[in-house]
Structure formats: structure tokens, C-alpha cells
Design a protein around this ligand. Sequence first.
Ligand code: PCA
Length: 213
Amino acid sequence: MKILMTAFDPFGGDEINPALEAVKHVDVSGLGAEVIKLEVPTVFGKSIEKVAEAMRRERPDVVVAVGQAGGRFDITPERVAINMDDARIEDNEGNQPIDQPIFADGAPAYFATLPIKAMVKSIQDIGLPASVSNTAGTFVCNHIMYGILYTIAREMPDVRGGFIHVPFIPEQVVARRDMPSMAMEDISRALRAALEAIIANEEDLELVGGAEH
Ligand code: PCA
């Protein structure tokens, strides 16, 4: 099995992106899969172009993108990407689309085709907090998740794809009071656990993990 794993560069004034640091540090030995790591720019349009180009070149079986969700307490596999760019802040090239569809000919939304419940369980089983998220927001992370699933739907329907959001790491919250964080090494271990679940589960597990709000 070949897995393409992407992570975003720092954005929004931060000097680090925990997703990028953690992805770089994921120990991929002994997984029984080849893992290709790719850094993508936090830029509307270019981020999708870069990952779609890598998907066409590498022909992975699985694409899993990873991004920072500052303020979240746990690791959150995303359930769905929506056809909507609505940026609260500028991306790394000054773009700030408001209420724009990502692809005019795309579906309103695409569901992740990764086993999100199994991923959550696998992370929890190594003693780290995780839960399913039902919104990836409307910034570049939702954008790239949508772009990955759009590319899969149109060009390579046997490929599985999805997205994982991760919290800040401690050094990012020194100057942000009362914000949650998780050690980079723990995020890396959680990402490895998520990869193990992806490799072991073609179909998702039927587990409690919904949300009331
Ligand atoms: N997080 C942002 C974009 C890049 C990243 O790592 C987001 O959640 O949209």
C-alpha cells in the first residue's frame, strides 16, 4: 500500500505548523506501507494543484492530509469537506475568498473515505485524545480536503482520502492564554496510529462517535 501524507506550512502569523512538524516526525517504519510525505502551501488553489499533481505522479492508494486546528483539544479526523471557500483570514499569498465554490462542477460536499471511527479508536487505544470532527471549517484545510476528494471522484475512484486536524503544540500557546496544546511527539504518535487504522480497515468500524452539536 502506498500512502501520500501531506501537511501545511505555517500560516496566520505562526512560525510553525504543528501538522508539518508532526508529519515530518511520524515513524513510518514497520507499517507495511510506503508513506510519501509532502509539504503543501497554505494557499487557496496552489495547495490543491500541488497535491493533485502528486496524486497523479505517485498513484497512491490513500491520501491523508494534515493541518492545524488551533483551539481544538484532540486529534480530529474530519468526516466531510464542503464546496465552499470562506476565509476569515488571508492565506499565505494574501487571498481571502468569501463564499466562493471550490469547484463549480463539484458536489456540494464529499465524505472522507478513510475509516474515521477506526482512526479515532486507534489513537485512543494508545492513550491520546481523539474524536470525529464534522466540520473542517471553510479555510485552506477544508479546501484541500475537498480538492483531494474531488480529484479522487473524477480521476481515481479506487483511492481513499481524508483529512486530520491537530491541535497547537505547547510552544505556540505560551503567548496564547488558556489555549489547549498537545506535544508534537504525541501528535506524531497519534498520526502513526491513524495510519495503522487506515492500513488495517478498508471499511470503517461501526462505533459510537457522533456529536449532538
Ligand atoms: N490549518 C488551516 C490551514 C492550514 C492549516 O494547517 C485550516 O484549518 O484551514
